[in-house]
Design a protein around this ligand. Structure first.
Ligand SMILES: [Fe+2]
Length: 191
């Protein structure tokens, strides 16, 4: 073996959070994940860290054992008041959450707006349509639906570099176009 095995992808993500109750509320009521377990005192570990585990739902209705876990760490610095994708001094830039479908994604945006959640950024990328908000620790959270593979598979770099910034307030913030979305079918020209 002279090279690493290529992994399938990310299994789960563990986030340090300042206040586990505050973050629990965010990850369940705003993101929509379900808590599936937590560390509890056991003979071998009578005083476990405050750690909770969360899952979304797969397309077949099943759960992964956990997609995200939270660990309380009161020593974390306070996050900046305003979130932006580039420039805030927080280690985690953003975590992207796959929504089940375009319709589900749109329904979730309407839910968040109704709840008064600030939309930090709304964009079309070449491979996803995205909304960015942020969690109580200043970690960005991106809700996406994936565009069909044939839209981006021939030119991933083109799709990644494509960005169309959209309104974040009012009815316009909930609009999503299907017609006219660019496709990235040709490989980028060699430089
Ligand atoms: Fe992203």
């Amino acid at each position: 073996m002279d090279k690493p095995v290529k992994p399938r992808g990310i299994n789960h993500l563990v986030l340090n959070v300042r206040d586990i109750e505050e973050s629990h509320k965010f990850w369940t009521e705003i993101v929509g994940f379900e808590m599936v377990g937590q560390l509890t005192p056991r003979p071998e570990r009578p005083n476990p860290p405050k750690m909770r585990f969360y899952s979304g739902t797969r397309s077949d209705g099943s759960h992964h054992h956990h997609d995200v876990a939270l660990v309380e760490n009161k020593n974390l610095p306070e996050p900046p008041k305003e979130w932006s994708m580039f420039g805030v001094p927080v280690a985690v830039n953003h975590i992207a959450i796959t929504m089940p479908s375009r319709e589900a994604w749109m329904e979730h945006l309407a839910y968040l707006q109704k709840k008064g959640v600030k939309f930090d950024r709304r964009v079309e990328h070449g491979m996803t349509h995205s909304l960015y908000i942020h969690d109580p620790n200043g970690y960005g959270v991106e809700f996406v639906y994936d565009l069909p593979r044939e839209v981006w598979q021939d030119d991933i770099e083109g799709a990644l570099n494509y960005v169309k910034v959209l309104p974040t307030e009012g009815a316009e913030a909930l609009e999503d176009r299907v017609e006219g979305v660019p496709t990235f079918r040709q490989p980028a020209p060699a430089k």
